[in-house]
Design a protein around this ligand. Structure first.
Ligand SMILES: NC(=O)c1ccc[n+]([C@@H]2O[C@H](COP(=O)([O-])OP(=O)(O)OC[C@H]3O[C@@H](n4cnc5c(N)ncnc54)[C@H](OP(=O)(O)O)[C@@H]3O)[C@@H](O)[C@H]2O)c1
Length: 323
């Protein structure tokens, strides 16, 4: 019988061996640090996790709750937040988990949330800026900011600054900003904040916002030296969450198909953030960027430039002081 080489791909063995190889690769992708083996307890500590109703944020909040922390789940939807709140309370047996509403794309909402925290909380030991969105369509918020910049960077930047005194008073305290390895593809251009000179192909705007996360975390860490408050940024990995919800069907389909074999689950995606927030070996470590396997990552060249970091941070301070 005459066979061409492409017939290999239609042979049943090809499909079977691909699935087996995929499952092997999937089982090998666990990171080096295991939260379950980390015995750190957070009783008496207060933690805020933004975007805690789903995806990575939900598992970060669950981990803190299991360690006995008072957890504030900062979510934008009361309905979605309540479902996650009850699940986390039930799974952790910790009743000291609470839902507070914040929309990080609205600076008024961020201010109202922060005022509530400052009124209600005596201490704050962990702040995780996890809420974020990718692929948002072109839009300008009521504050006049490009919507991805507002959601992923400006809102979290303002929130952190509003809570800084409380974090300092509660030191030792840790700030963890969830960025992405995509920050390597980002650029700095202050006109982007107002939605100018931006291309909207795939995740290009998202990448810029994630670069700003790393840059400002580095500068914040420098400013916080000696206060007992650390600030680090992380890449969670490629994680099967709802992060692709704003992309078209084809992109989501491909992401999910590849993701089944190669991407992390939400629980696995939470690990690098939990590492930075609770691990003993992270005590005093600040101004670093961590990869999804909890190893020290190399930030993009722009993120390593201290003079640029000062400029970007000061720009964001001026911008947020207007609201
Ligand atoms: N998944 C990945 O592969 C990946 C890779 C690199 C970095 N990250 C980063 O990981 C973080 C978590 O993402 P995820 O993958 O868990 O995505 P996700 O499942 O879509 O969860 C995102 C969370 O952010 C919240 N959020 C979005 N916009 C918000 C806003 N304006 N105000 C308040 N909350 C808002 C969402 O709330 P609603 O549910 O109410 O919309 C949700 O709770 C993000 O910062 C993302 O950039 C993810």
């Amino acid at each position: 019988m005459y066979l061409v080489w492409t017939d290999v791909f239609s042979h049943p063995l090809w499909a079977v061996s691909t699935v087996i190889l995929g499952l092997i690769l999937r089982s090998q992708r666990r990171g080096s640090w295991d939260p379950r083996a980390c015995l750190v307890q957070l009783k008496g500590k207060t933690a805020i996790v933004t975007g805690a109703n789903t995806g990575i944020g939900k598992f970060i909040a669950l981990d803190f709750a299991l360690r006995g922390a008072r957890v504030i789940m900062a979510c934008r939807s009361e309905a979605r937040g309540s479902v996650a709140l009850h699940e986390i309370r039930k799974r952790s047996g910790n009743a000291d988990v609470h839902l507070r509403l914040v929309n990080t794309s609205s600076l008024a909402s961020v201010r109202a949330f922060a005022e509530g925290v400052l009124r209600e909380e005596k201490e704050l030991h962990i702040l995780v800026n996890n809420a974020g969105a990718s692929g948002l369509p072109r839009d300008i918020t009521s504050d006049g900011l490009e919507v991805s910049f507002a959601t992923n960077h400006v809102g979290p930047f303002l929130l952190t600054n509003l809570l800084l005194d409380l974090l300092k008073q509660s030191a030792p305290a840790r700030i963890v900003n969830v960025s992405s390895m995509n920050h390597w593809k980002g650029m700095v251009d202050f006109s982007h904040f107002k939605g100018k000179n931006l291309g909207y192909t795939m995740d290009s705007v998202y990448n810029h916002t994630k670069l700003h996360n790393v840059i400002c975390t580095n500068e914040l860490a420098r400013r916080l030296q000696g206060t007992g408050v650390t600030a680090n940024s992380v890449h969670p990995g490629l994680v099967m969450t709802e992060i692709m919800r704003h992309y078209n069907f084809m992109v989501r389909f491909l992401f999910n198909m590849i993701g089944i074999f190669f991407f992390k689950s939400s629980e696995e995606g939470a690990v690098s953030t939990i590492y930075c927030a609770v691990a003993m070996e992270m005590e005093g470590i600040t101004g670093k960027y961590f990869d999804s396997d909890c190893s020290l990552g190399l930030p993009a060249p722009l993120a390593r430039d201290p003079t640029l970091a000062v400029k970007v941070f000061e720009f964001c301070e001026r911008l947020t002081s207007k609201f």
